[in-house]
Design a protein. Structure first.
Length: 283
């Protein structure tokens, strides 16, 4: 079923790109940064990330994702989206993501929203989040002309639920009549690491199903700083196309104490990661 969804998404994207090349003449206005924020629209596009990194952690092998997506956004803020992620290095469809949520502007300076995600990972996935079945989150942002703080709280549903609190500061630089926006940002993520413990257990059981493992990462339920991230989100709007580029430098924190079968407990060696995400969307 996932293969059929993936093929359909790719076909829709190719057809719409061909049609869009024939269309021109749309003009920008001096209203919101993105006029589609107050419209209902069908969207589809393509997302690429050169490495699957989560909270500063990653697999020992680089896992890029190519992900076509489709969705619908209602002008009242409700939205739904589906995305299929292919891992070209493994030659497999690694993940199907279903997402629904709500975004709302409460005042001139306050935005907020919530989202619910369902993940279907390939049973052979080596993604750092391969044991996560879904997540739910809530977010809020105070907007102004200087520094815009944002707070997000997520619950990730593994065998044991993880909780992640994210604090972010950014600023919106607007250019070319608001068609080009640049958001340099710094953030910190604080949370628990049951997903990381289950990642190690999952990898070890694939090698030896006879192992009796209950815990690999010590104190995975502790609420600790997980990483700092420095990023710069860049968006560019051309007629009905929205291009988004997000280069990110992740600095992991709080190295875990790991105990593998037949080995002494050791402190994990953390390394910083630079990765990039590119998103092409048509509304």
């Amino acid at each position: 079923m996932v293969k059929y969804i993936y093929t359909l998404m790719m076909a829709c994207l190719a057809i719409n790109m061909a049609i869009a090349q024939k269309n021109s003449g749309a003009t920008d206005d001096d209203g919101p940064d993105d006029p589609y924020e107050v419209k209902s629209y069908f969207m589809f596009g393509l997302n690429y990330v050169n490495n699957n990194v989560y909270l500063g952690r990653k697999d020992t092998v680089t896992i890029p994702y190519i992900s076509p997506c489709i969705g619908y956004h209602y002008k009242n803020g409700l939205y739904a989206k589906a995305m299929v992620s292919e891992a070209p290095a493994q030659g497999t469809l690694d993940l199907l993501t279903l997402e629904a949520g709500y975004d709302h502007t409460f005042s001139d300076h306050l935005n907020g929203g919530l989202n619910i995600d369902k993940f279907y990972y390939n049973k052979n996935s080596t993604s750092i989040r391969a044991t996560t079945k879904g997540s739910a989150g809530i977010n809020g942002q105070y907007t102004n002309d200087w520094i815009e703080p944002q707070i997000t709280f997520n619950a990730d549903f593994n065998k044991s639920t993880d909780y992640v609190l994210s604090l972010l500061l950014d600023h919106n630089f607007r250019y070319k009549e608001k068609t080009l926006n640049i958001f340099p940002a710094v953030s910190v993520n604080i949370g628990t690491q049951h997903y990381y413990d289950e990642y190690f257990i999952n990898r070890l059981l694939k090698k030896d199903k006879a192992l009796k493992l209950k815990k690999v990462v010590a104190n995975a339920g502790n609420f600790v700083p997980l990483d700092y991230e420095v990023s710069s989100k860049i968006t560019y709007r051309v007629t009905k196309w929205l291009f988004t580029l997000i280069p990110t430098y992740a600095i992991p924190l709080s190295p875990a104490s790991i105990t593998l079968p037949g080995q002494k407990t050791f402190r994990e060696k953390l390394s910083n990661t630079f990765y990039m995400e590119l998103d092409i969307c048509h509304r």
